[in-house]
Write a protein that binds this ligand. Structure first.
Ligand SMILES: [Mg+2]
Ligand SMILES: [Zn+2]
Length: 160
């Protein structure tokens, strides 16, 4: 079975600016992210992003725009030889109806665990919000909660 570091996106990989990232220009990779992810990849962890993107349900941006943003993210990481195994996103928002994937629910994590044959017991969820911690706990992975926009290098040693 595989092991993984699951990553929230906004505030963990890119700068949380207090509003939705609706285009590539608003996507700013936080310093040290590629370096931290590279260490975890070298330790044998898959890298999988788990992100709520309720801005789609709110029609603030389209799925195509979100894919462009994620192309920028994967491109910036690839410059450092860092490759994400997968990205799971929830495009829903409670204002337009309930779903069971949006964090704090754990469906995105459970899908990732099933699709990529991951052992939750050997895996971690790094997130900056209470809902990330709740989703991670439901899925049985170890939660590491970081303050928004904190450089990941400060927690590299916690995932061995
Ligand atoms: Mg976040
Ligand atoms: Zn959803």
């Amino acid at each position: 079975m595989n092991k993984a570091v699951f990553l929230d996106r906004d505030g963990v990989i890119n700068r949380e600016k207090g509003s939705y990232v609706s285009n590539e220009d608003e996507f700013e990779l936080l310093p040290g992210v590629p370096q931290a992810l590279k260490v975890w990849a070298e330790r044998g962890y898959l890298l999988i992003v788990i992100t709520n993107q309720g801005g789609i349900a709110k029609k603030l941006y389209t799925l195509e725009q979100l894919h462009s943003i994620h192309m920028k993210m994967t491109g910036l990481l690839a410059l450092h030889q860092v490759f994400l195994t997968d990205i799971f996103l929830c495009p829903h928002h409670p204002e337009s109806g309930r779903c069971i994937c949006r964090k704090p629910d754990s469906l995105m994590l459970e899908k990732a665990i099933a699709v990529h044959n991951i052992s939750p017991f050997k895996s971690y969820f790094v997130g900056d919000q209470e809902r990330d911690a709740m989703a991670g706990e439901k899925a049985g992975v170890t939660v590491i909660r970081v303050p928004p926009n904190q450089p990941l290098v400060s927690i590299v040693h916690l995932i061995r």
